[in-house]
Design a protein around this ligand. Structure first.
Ligand code: DGL
Length: 268
């Protein structure tokens, strides 16, 4: 991770990015524990879903977003997206002077320390293909058995809010039943869109089996900003800006489950 710290940077904003509304599952947790931080969220709806795209396309999407955040003079960027963390983070991490927090690498230690032998991971096709979850968790716990399942189509259910259609119910059940053949003790929701499916998933199993890394990821970022002395010390609630590359109204409506966006997102 980049370590160059700007002077007097406490008030600079923290950027959050994802292909769409998924990153709001992380953003909401972060705002809850760091309310004073000024924030900028970028949803790349023009290019959603990332999970079916090639590595070079995903790197290109992330570069554009990070260049945008650079122009906004951020102190840090949260990759609230497993796919960019898995596929593009290593390629861009040394190119920017602000702190970059990738969700998989930042959460792996806590997952590795779970007192279980068999861990399942639901994620996008690109994340699963990268092997990032296995690689990062095994750094801390080489003995953990990890069973991964790509879930193409789940991101679209969330972005389009088609939770209760017959097709969506069948698609969620299909990947759930497939991963359960391995009898995992816990299953990571390894795409930030998937916590939006908790209502559907909890009809298939006790919801305590599912792990949303957002809470401990937000906690990790909080501790790191404090350690680096760049957390905002203001007593006021921080500013919020939202930007999208397409469909601002859809973003606002679909994101409501996790965060109520007051102003209309700006279309770039
Ligand atoms: N929410 C993102 C992730 O965590 C991207 C999903 C997608 O656009 O395919 O992987």
């Amino acid at each position: 991770m980049s370590t160059l710290i700007l002077k007097n940077s406490r008030e600079l904003p923290v950027g959050f990015c994802d292909s769409g509304v998924g990153g709001l599952s992380v953003f909401a947790k972060f705002k809850n524990i760091m309310p004073a931080e000024n924030t900028i969220y970028y949803g790349d709806l023009k290019n959603v879903p990332y999970g079916s795209k090639s590595k070079s396309e995903i790197i290109g999407f992330l570069k554009n977003i990070l260049d945008f955040f650079k122009s906004k003079n951020v102190k840090a960027v949260v990759l609230a997206c497993n796919t960019t963390s898995a596929v593009a983070y290593d390629e861009i991490k040394d190119n920017y002077d602000f702190q970059i927090y990738p969700i998989i690498q930042s959460s792996a230690k806590i997952l590795a320390e779970l007192n279980i032998k068999k861990l399942g991971v639901f994620a996008t096709t690109a994340t699963i293909k990268s092997g990032a979850y296995e690689k990062e968790i095994k750094k801390y716990n080489p003995d953990m058995q990890i069973y991964t399942k790509a879930c193409p189509g789940w991101v679209e259910i969330v972005e389009n809010k088609t939770f209760n259609t017959k097709e969506s119910i069948e698609l969620v059940a299909k990947y759930f039943n497939e991963i359960m053949e391995y009898k995992p003790e816990k299953i990571v929701l390894g795409c930030t869109h998937y916590p939006f499916l908790t209502g559907m998933l909890s009809k298939l199993s006790d919801s305590s089996i599912f792990i949303d890394p957002a809470a401990f990821f937000a906690d990790f970022i909080k501790k790191d900003l404090i350690n680096k002395n760049i957390n905002n010390l203001s007593k006021k609630i921080g500013n919020e800006e939202f930007y999208v590359s397409a469909n601002p109204q859809q973003f606002k409506v679909s994101g409501e489950l996790f965060y109520s966006i007051k102003n209309n997102p700006v279309l770039l």
